[in-house]
Ligand binder design. Structure first.
Ligand code: ZN
Ligand code: ZN
Length: 457
């Protein structure tokens, strides 16, 4: 046992604590790591950060003369909302990958609050979590990098080599953390979201969509919604696969949480489905396959996504919603809707574009009218107009995708205007003529755009 009496401070991180103890006994952290057998052969940085097994916790706490629970509180496994089970008793990289794929974790690196350190507070365990983006004491965003050299703080790094690393006082470049500017101020809304995330990482059961849910499930749902938010147009994804890699920058994390919040704070699964639809609505033509690419079907968010997909006829929720609102207003008999809309009723921006082919553009306006007239899905709308259902749905996705934003709202307005005109028009047998011409034209240009259609499927 070491000749000292030093219990960890409240909330202190293990790596920062070890630096502090090393200073107290006037040794370098490296020798302390060696003494505590934290850097034996094969033990990686991640071993200290994530995976200290029970026997080692027991040994280290005995060696340092502190209670085992006090040491446990400095480790990431203190957070009951995390699931580090796969790491128990092993430090193999494959286990780290398994755990990382199962949840958002930093395998190394940490964040910090400069005002906290300036006041002499310890390096906090919670700063090692991607979920912590702000300081509750100072109401500022945490910092994710050294303000001098841009390096990510990593207090554990020093365990694996003798080179100069970061300490709780300074960055490896020599810059003092406490000299860094504090992060931007944070308002009440974000503070409340941070509190909700803290509850989840602590493992507290709280309501999610109307039923009490464990912390792990809530974190998993936040993670899936956060990854989904990276698919919106307003945000640049922070990683190639956002679902697997959390944002390192606390400001990005705050933005992700803000965008995901309407889904996670919804009172019911039904309003959560609306919020998810609104999030995806920023990407025109995002197909079902793309949604399951964002997060897996096993995610707690999956039932919400399924509800939204079902409700939106697996196409576009905004159009579906405006259709709901407009339904009582249009009463066009299906047999009065031409297969190919009169080109004069195309949305203005759609009239002179080179792609997609004008036949596709016209048929999509007609399909939208059919939906306003009561067809629940693009599939049904297609069949009502004498087209193959699947083909009709693909055509709509293709046209919306090729025309980009704001093609959806343009289509809704044009279809409403056209439907009103058709409703007032005298019954003319336009459809049989158009059907023959339309189907032939669709077939003729299908082979040209087939690749595009397939790619959006
Ligand atoms: Zn602080
Ligand atoms: Zn630095």
């Amino acid at each position: 046992m070491l000749p000292l009496d030093a219990t960890p401070a409240h909330g202190e991180a293990f790596a920062g604590y070890l630096h502090r103890i090393a200073a107290l006994i006037e040794t370098d952290p490296h020798s302390l790591y060696a003494h505590l057998r934290l850097r034996s052969a094969g033990r990686t940085v991640r071993y200290v950060h994530l995976a200290l097994p029970d026997w080692h916790v027991r040994d280290v706490s005995r060696e340092l003369g502190i209670e085992r629970e006090q040491l446990e509180a400095t480790l990431l496994r203190h957070f009951a909302g995390l699931d580090l089970g796969a790491l128990t008793g092993t430090h193999a990289d494959v286990a780290h990958r398994t755990v990382q794929r199962g949840q958002w974790l930093f395998l190394s690196g940490t964040r910090y609050c400069a005002p906290c350190l300036d006041e002499g507070r310890p390096w906090l365990n919670a700063w090692q979590l991607p979920w912590a983006f702000m300081c509750a004491s100072h109401h500022v965003l945490l910092s994710g990098a050294c303000s001098h050299c841009g390096r990510r703080p990593d207090l554990v790094a020093r365990a694996s080599s003798r080179s100069q690393g970061c300490t709780p006082e300074r960055c490896a470049c020599g810059h003092s953390w406490r000299d860094s500017p504090p992060g931007p101020a944070v308002g009440d809304g974000l503070t409340d979201l941070q509190r909700q995330l803290d509850g989840a990482t602590e493992g507290r059961p709280e309501p999610l969509w109307g039923s009490v849910t464990g912390g792990r499930e809530r974190l998993a749902a936040w993670r899936a919604a956060g990854a989904a938010s990276a698919r919106g147009t307003g945000m640049r994804p922070w990683a190639r696969r956002p679902f697997l890699v959390p944002p390192t920058d606390p400001a990005t994390m705050a933005e992700v949480v803000t965008r995901a919040a309407p889904i996670l704070t919804a009172e019911s699964m039904s309003t959560a489905a609306d919020a998810l639809g609104a999030l995806f609505a920023e990407r025109s033509g995002l197909g079902e396959a793309a949604i399951w690419n964002v997060f897996p079907r096993s995610s707690p968010l999956a039932p919400v996504a399924r509800m939204w997909l079902r409700r939106s006829g697996r196409v576009h929720s905004r159009l579906a919603r405006s259709q709901d609102q407009a339904l009582p207003l249009v009463a066009v008999p299906m047999d009065r809707i031409p297969t190919l809309a009169d080109p004069r009723w195309l949305p203005p921006r759609w009239r002179d574009v080179a792609v997609p082919d004008v036949t596709f553009r016209r048929v999509v306006v007609s399909l939208a009218v059919a939906r306003l007239a009561g067809a629940g899905t693009w599939h049904t709308a297609g069949r009502a107009l004498g087209l193959d259902g699947d083909y009709a749905a693909r055509t709509v996705r293709h046209v919306l995708y090729r025309l980009g934003d704001p093609a959806r709202s343009e289509l809704t307005s044009a279809a409403q205007a056209y439907a009103a005109a058709l409703n007032g028009a005298s019954p003319v047998a336009t459809r049989p003529h158009d059907l023959v011409r339309g189907v032939a034209a669709l077939r003729a240009c299908a082979h040209i755009e087939d690749r595009g259609l397939a790619a959006r499927d």
